[in-house]
Ligand binder design. Sequence first.
Ligand code: HMG
Ligand code: MG
Length: 298
Amino acid sequence: TLPSSVRLVEVGPRDGLQNEQARVPTHLKLAFIQRLVEAGCANIEATSFVSPRWVPQMADHREIMQGVERRPGVVYSALTPNLKGLEAAIECGVEEVAVFGAASEAFSHKNINCSIAESLERFEPVVARARQAGLRVRGYVSCVLGCPYEGEVEPLQVARVAKALYQMGCYEVSLGDTIGTGTPSKAKRMLAAVAAQVPVNNLAAHFHDTYGQALANLYAVLEEGVSVIDSSVAGLGGCPYAKGASGNVASEDVVYMLEGLGIASGINLNALARTGDWITQAINAPNRSRAGSALMAA
Ligand code: HMG
Ligand code: MG
């Protein structure tokens, strides 16, 4: 059965922008975040405290976290791969952080320069310190339905990494189809393996739309009890360490589907569509949301 409401995590400002070659000015990112808030987004992944040499686009993480307008009910989160990133995030008043691992060894090396086991060891003190500072911590698992370097990824391997993150103290584990190769039955099989180790209420779906399967895959896991979805307005994004990966599923498309299913998300679809249209024009990127483009043309 489908959930009656879904919590949307808007990852456009982070996952959406991290892959843009041209530097997006900080003031534009802040205006983008503000528009998302006005459209009703209550969970926004705003930036990442990663090495600027690895991801130059996120080099302004301090200015972003210090520049966002704090509002009751709106949570801004940031990626923190290590203690250095976490301490900087804490200084900037972040309320929620995320550590990010992978279900594939090759991707782990390319993305965070260490093995899966090393990453879990590294995350342990990050999660402990974050929780001690009163922050909520999310855990990501990338490549849950395929890896750009290794191909097929075993559901049991995804479950092992998800369980480790959950046991470490992550309140939620977000399952990333980083390269968007999944299909619905595959997504269900993967979810079943993970849900045997982590309660389904503590899982989120983070699907990319490279092969046009993201909405179908989301519907498949909604049926199995997932009620948290990561998405990116206008389908912005891609991962710098996953060649050819297009953006996350577009937030507008997700909200349009949810509305049709009678599932509440708290988001104003028209305002979201205008935001997607505005940001893609501002950074000269294609608007990959079908619903967003249709609404703007209507
Ligand atoms: P490393 O080179 O192994 O780390 O990188 P290091 O500790 O040796 O540090 C190297 C340099 O980076 C040093 O600078 C550090 O100070 C600096 P130097 O002394 O040489 O000038 N550094 C930092 N600077 C700022 N903030 C920090 C930080 N840490 C080190 N936190 C590291 C390891 C993890 C840092 C690096 O690999 C990295 O930053 N990786 C991030 C990659 C990334 O952001 N990928 C995209 C996000 S993941 C994703 O998109 C997938 C997801 O969306 C889910 C999905 O779609 O499936 C989440
Ligand atoms: Mg992603």
